[in-house]
Design a protein around this ligand. Structure first.
Ligand code: RIB
Ligand code: CA
Length: 304
C-alpha cells in the first residue's frame, strides 16, 4: 500500500488492472498515458474497466503525446479502440481534472515516501513528474516498470520494445533519475504466454467474460505472429512482480535507453560486462516461474 498504476489500456493493461483490484495490490489511483492507442482511447478504456469492476479508484488523464517524437500506437495488437473492439455499456463514470503527473507528485508527498508505482505504458507521465518534482525518487518507495528488452529483441522496431520505443526520451530520463527500478522486459513475457484455457468458462463472472471478449483479438494476433496460442500478458507479469518480487529470476544491472541511432533508438542498453563503471539501477527479470505466474492469473480470473 499505496500503489499508483500508470497505464495505456491495452488488453494486457486490462489484465493487470483487474488483477491488481482482485488480488488487493493496494491501488490508490490510476494514471493514464498515450500508448497502445491515443490518450482519449486509453482514458475511455480505463473508465470502462473502472465501471466494469465497480471500482471507486480515481482516474487521472496524463500525457497525450511523447516528450519529443510523434505518437506511435499498437492498434494491430490491441484493436482500434485498444480493447479488442468490443461493445461496452454507456460510460457513467468520469475522469478527474488533475493531470496524471501532478497527481503522482501530490500522492508522493501525501504518502511521505511510501508511494509505489507500477508503470506499464510509455513513461511520459513519470518523466513529466520527475521534471516537475526532482525529489520524486526519494519519495517513491518502489518503481516497477514493464518495458525494454534484456537481449535487444524488439517488438516494435528491431531492438525497441513498445513502451520504451513509444517515448525513448521519457524512458531515458526515468532510468537515469537515481531510483532502483524493478524492470519486466519483453522477452520473459513472450516466453510465458498464459494458456487461453486459464480463462474461466463463459458465464463465470461478468469481469472474466468481458476479459475473454477483449482478449480474443490479442490471442489471434499473437497466433498469427508467433504461431503459438496464448494470452500475451506483459503488464500482468509486471503486476505479478509488484505483488511478489520473487516470482522470477532477476539480474542487477546498469541500463540506459538509447535516444539516438537510426536502428537503435529506444534500445535498452544493459551493462552485463560492467563496462560502464556505473552502479546497477535495474533489477531485470530474466525469467519467470511460469507455474506461479499462471496460478496468479487463475486466482485473479477465476475469482467470483
Ligand atoms: O511491449 C509490451 C508493452 O507495450 C505492454 O505494456 C503493452 O500493453 C504495450 O503498452
Ligand atoms: Ca501497456
Amino acid at each position: 500500500m499505496p500503489w499508483i498504476l500508470d497505464t495505456d489500456p491495452g488488453v494486457d493493461d486490462a489484465a493487470a488492472l483487474i488483477a491488481a483490484e482482485r488480488l488487493s495490490l493496494g491501488l490508490t489511483a490510476i494514471t493514464v498515458v498515450h500508448g497502445n492507442v491515443p490518450l482519449q482511447n486509453t482514458v475511455a478504456n480505463t473508465l470502462r474497466l473502472k465501471q466494469l469492476l465497480g471500482s471507486p479508484l480515481p482516474v487521472y488523464p496524463g500525457a497525450e503525446r511523447p516528450l519529443l517524437q510523434e505518437p506511435c500506437h499498437a492498434w494491430e495488437v490491441h484493436g482500434r479502440d485498444g480493447l479488442g473492439d468490443q461493445e461496452w455499456p454507456k460510460l457513467t463514470v468520469h475522469a478527474e481534472q488533475q493531470h496524471a503527473a501532478l497527481h503522482i507528485i501530490d500522492a508522493a508527498h501525501r504518502f511521505g515516501g511510501a508511494l509505489k508505482i507500477l508503470a506499464v505504458g510509455p513513461l511520459t507521465n513519470i518523466a513529466l513528474a520527475l521534471r516537475l518534482e526532482p525529489k520524486l525518487p526519494d519519495l517513491v518507495q518502489r518503481l516497477v516498470v514493464m518495458g525494454g528488452t534484456h537481449s535487444g529483441r524488439g517488438n516494435t522496431s528491431m531492438v525497441g520494445e513498445f513502451n520504451f520505443y513509444a517515448d525513448p526520451e521519457a524512458a531515458a530520463m526515468v532510468l537515469a533519475a537515481g531510483w532502483k527500478i524493478q524492470l519486466i522486459p519483453w522477452e520473459p513475457t513472450l516466453e510465458n504466454l498464459v494458456p487461453v484455457d486459464m480463462l474461466p468458462a463463459p458465464g463465470a463472472d461478468p469481469v472474466s467474460d468481458a476479459f475473454r471478449r477483449i482478449s480474443a483479438h490479442l490471442v489471434r494476433r499473437v497466433k498469427e505472429r508467433t504461431g503459438v496460442e496464448g494470452l500475451l500478458m506483459c503488464d500482468f507479469a509486471a503486476l505479478g512482480a509488484a505483488l511478489d518480487p520473487s516470482i522470477g529470476a532477476t539480474q542487477e544491472l546498469y541500463g540506459a535507453v538509447e535516444t539516438e541511432g537510426r536502428y537503435s533508438r529506444g534500445l535498452l542498453a544493459l551493462d552485463y560486462a560492467g563496462c560502464s563503471g556505473q552502479e546497477p539501477n535495474l533489477s531485470v527479470y530474466t525469467q519467470f516461474d511460469r507455474g506461479r505466474l499462471t496460478a496468479l492469473f487463475a486466482e485473479a480470473f477465476a475469482k467470483e
